[in-house]
Design a protein around this ligand. Sequence first.
Ligand SMILES: [Zn+2]
Length: 446
Amino acid sequence: MITVHIPNNHVPERTYIVRTMLSHFCGIETEIVTDKDRKDYELHWGDHSISIADRFFGKFPDGIYYAHTDHLPKKIMQASAVGLDNILILYGDEQLEITRNSIVCHVDLFAGAFFMLTRWEESVNSKKDLHDRFPAEEALTVKEGFILRPIVDEYCHLLKQWLKTLGYLIPEESASYKIVPTCDVDIPFFWSSKPLWKILGGRLRKHFNPLKLISAYGDYRKVKEGIKEDPYDTFDYLMSLAEAHDHPFQFNFIAGGNTRYEGYYAIEDEDIKRLISQANSRGHQIGLHPSYQSYKDADLMKKEKELLQKSTGLTITASRQHFLRFTTPDTWRHLSAAGILEDSTSGYAAEPGFRCGTSRPFPVFDMHQRRELSLIERPLLVMDVSLRFYKKLTIEESIVLCEKIKAEVKKHNGEFVFLWHNSALSEIDGWEEWKEVLEYLMANRS
Ligand SMILES: [Zn+2]
C-alpha cells in the first residue's frame, strides 16, 4: 500500500488521475490523503518517497479554471536526463533527484496524464471539422508529432521503474497485450441499402458506363436469387478470421437516426436479427453504434440502446459513436447515463494513433461535473478508412504504420483496438486488396 499525499485543491481531479495511474494502470493499492500545507504530490511507503512536482493545478483557483487555451502545454520537450527515460514533458521541467530512499521529479506526470486522458484540450478549442468533430490537426499530439507515442503508458512505466528502484514490490502485471477487432455495421448489405434505382443510378454516376450498369444489375439478380453473396456481406469471413486468431469481434449496430449518414437498415429487420444472433452465438460481442446526432443527445442515446436491447434480447454494454462524433465530456456522460460501460470512440479519423496517450482501457472523468464516470474508454487506434482515405496510404505503408502502433501497444501490455467495416473488403469499392492489411492487423505478430 502506498499513501499518496496531494494538495488540498482540485481534489476530484487529482484523486482521479492518481488513482487511474497508480491503481488502475500500475495495479498498486493506494490511499489518497489531502494535505493543506502540501504543494506537490508525494508517494510514501515506509521511509521511502517519490515526490512529483505540481506544475499545473496549484496555479489555478479550485474548479475548471485550468481549462483554457492559455494553459495548454506550451513547449513539449523530450527529456534527456538519466532516469527520465526520454519521456515527453508537457508540464514541468527536466530535473530529477535520486537518493537511496527518495526520488524527486520536477516533471508533473499527473498533469500531463490528466491532459491526455480527459481530453480537456478538445473542450477549449472551438474549431470543428465537417462533422462537428475536434479536428485531429488541432491536437497537440498531431501538431507536436507524438500521436504515435502512448505517453501516459510511458509515464506509468517510468513510475513503476522508480518504485522498483526504491525496493517497492510491484504486483504482477494483470493486463496483457490484446488484439481487439471491431466492426461498425453502417451498411450491412449493399443491394438492400437503398432502393434499386438509387443504387444503379449511383453506379452509373460513378462509372459512366452502361455495360457496367448491366453487369451490376446482373449481380443484383444473382444476390437476390442466392447465387452470389452480397458484396458487403463479409460477416462470415470476418468472424472466421477472428475465430482463427482467437480475438472475438465487437460488432456495433445502429438502432436509430434519420440523417443521410444512416438508415441503410432497421434493427428489427429479419436479416439483421439473424446476423446478430449468429455473431452472438459464435462468441462475438454485440455493441451499439449510436447514430449521427446522438453524441450530444442523452435521450436519443438511451432510446437507441433500449431499442437494440429489445430487438436482440441482449444486454448491451459497449458502444462506439457513428462517424466518431464525440464531444468531451458530454458524450461520455450521456453514454454512462444510458448504461453503457465501455466506449471505444476516442481515436481520430484523420490520424491513427494514441488520441488519449494510452493503449490501455481507462475510467473516464467528466471534467464539468468533476467526477469519474462508471464508463471505461477503450481507445480506438486504427481505422480502415483512416489509412486509405484520410492518410492516403498504400497497403505497404499502412502495414508499416500499423506495425509501429502495434509495437507500442505490445510494449505496454495494451489493447490494439482497430475498426474494420464489413464494407471495406468489397471489390465494388476497390477494397479487395486491403484484406492483406486486415489480416496483418488480426495476426498476433507485431
Ligand atoms: Zn459508423
